[in-house]
Design a protein around this ligand. Structure first.
Ligand SMILES: NC(=O)C1=CN([C@@H]2O[C@H](COP(=O)(O)OP(=O)(O)OC[C@H]3O[C@@H](n4cnc5c(N)ncnc54)[C@H](OP(=O)(O)O)[C@@H]3O)[C@@H](O)[C@H]2O)C=CC1
Ligand SMILES: CC(=O)N[C@@H](CCC(=O)OP(=O)(O)O)C(=O)O
Length: 310
């Protein structure tokens, strides 16, 4: 029998992309709420409780409300795409490739917290190196990133695309999160295996989907004897045996003149690069992904598939 899936928030940016990814599937039955009723609490509660898996594509507070609507139900499994549960120990963090045991944790979990888009890149670069002891957990890490504007959901899409709005944004590329208190920092620290919170500086570009996340490092401040090649090897070994997160061969990366933030738009994979200058000991780790692919909707479908395979 087809598994029943309800996407709460199906008419929003992340929800719509999950729906598109499931459109041709026969192994799942999508329970749907009409767009005009998307905030009808009674209808949502009924649909949430009728699903085998509920995927929440809502702001944090609405996600918490949806979870409370399931409080008397011990059957429905939940994937939440918001920030609400990403560092909650009762929820499995939905980044299957982050270590060898994570796929099985997601497969058997009742509650799965889908990772943030920026943290997917940052944790994907940092965690294998803290796990290997190459990156000290007290390292003063920085995470600098640019996202496509769909990362800001329906509101930012309208601000970027409709110049007649009072709150329209005319910039082609802007920094934000200038108070350095971004909601993604706690999950980067905890799931990155860091004891010291990274300094995170996000930005947005005038393109709908795509993302570059950069983590610059100084070789001198890593484990004694750390090399650029050793960092690359640790990432290659960590991601061996799967094809969603790939590490670009060192020599191929070294020949690139530039990296296009939109290269993986529409794809659910992530590419990692290691760049370095042995003369200065400067290293730059780079993750390339689609903020709505491996950064959100693609990851949610991947997690749903793992849960359905239990
Ligand atoms: N966009 C992205 O790249 C990423 C987003 N996420 C996360 O996914 C979640 C959804 O984001 P996104 O899709 O971008 O946001 P959108 O604003 O595009 O969509 C959110 C949807 O939820 C609906 N909604 C809001 N409040 C309620 C409520 N109280 N009850 C029912 N429905 C409600 C909205 O309806 P209405 O139109 O009426 O406001 C809208 O349809 C967020 O938590 C975000 O952090 C995660 C990774 C990346
Ligand atoms: C460009 C933009 O505004 N991005 C959002 C992050 C994307 C998002 O809200 O979702 P996740 O937290 O699940 O990644 C922000 O910085 O708040």
């Amino acid at each position: 029998m087809a598994a029943k899936i309800f996407i709460d928030g199906e008419h929003g940016t992340t929800g719509l992309q999950i729906r598109t990814r499931m459109a041709d599937r026969r192994d799942v039955e999508l329970l749907s709420i009409p767009e005009a009723e998307r905030r009808n609490a009674a209808m949502r509660e009924d649909l949430l409780n009728s699903a085998d898996i509920a995927i929440l594509c809502l702001p944090d507070e609405a996600s918490k409300e949806a979870v409370s609507m399931l409080s008397g139900n011990n059957k429905v499994r939940v994937i939440d795409t918001s920030t609400a549960y990403r560092i909650d120990p009762d929820w499995a963090y939905g980044f299957a490739e982050m270590d060898k045991a994570q796929g099985d944790k997601i497969r058997s979990a009742r509650y799965v917290a889908n990772p943030g888009c920026y943290p997917t890149g940052a944790i994907g670069l940092i965690r294998p190196l803290t796990a290997a002891g190459i990156l000290p957990t007290t390292y003063p890490a920085s995470v600098n990133a640019v996202s496509g504007y769909t990362g800001g959901g329906k509101q930012m899409i309208a601000q970027m695309e409709d110049s007649s709005r009072e709150d329209s944004i005319s910039a082609n590329n802007f920094l934000y999160g200038l108070t350095l208190k971004h909601k993604h920092v706690p999950e980067m620290k905890i799931h990155g295996g860091l004891d010291r919170a990274p300094l995170f500086s996000p930005s947005v570009g005038r393109f709908p989907q795509g993302m570059i996340v950069q983590v610059p490092l100084f070789l001198d401040d890593l484990k004694d004897g750390a090399t650029i090649e050793g960092i690359h090897k640790a990432l290659v070994e960590h991601y061996a045996g799967q094809n969603i997160v790939t590490v670009v061969p060192f020599e191929d990366g070294a020949k690139l003149p530039r990296i296009d933030a939109e290269e993986l738009a529409g794809k659910d994979t992530m590419k990692l690069f290691v760049f370095g200058n042995p003369a200065t000991g400067h290293v730059n780790l780079v993750a390339l992904l689609d903020n709505l692919g491996k950064g959100a909707s693609g990851a949610a479908v991947q997690n749903m598939d793992l849960m359905l395979s239990a």
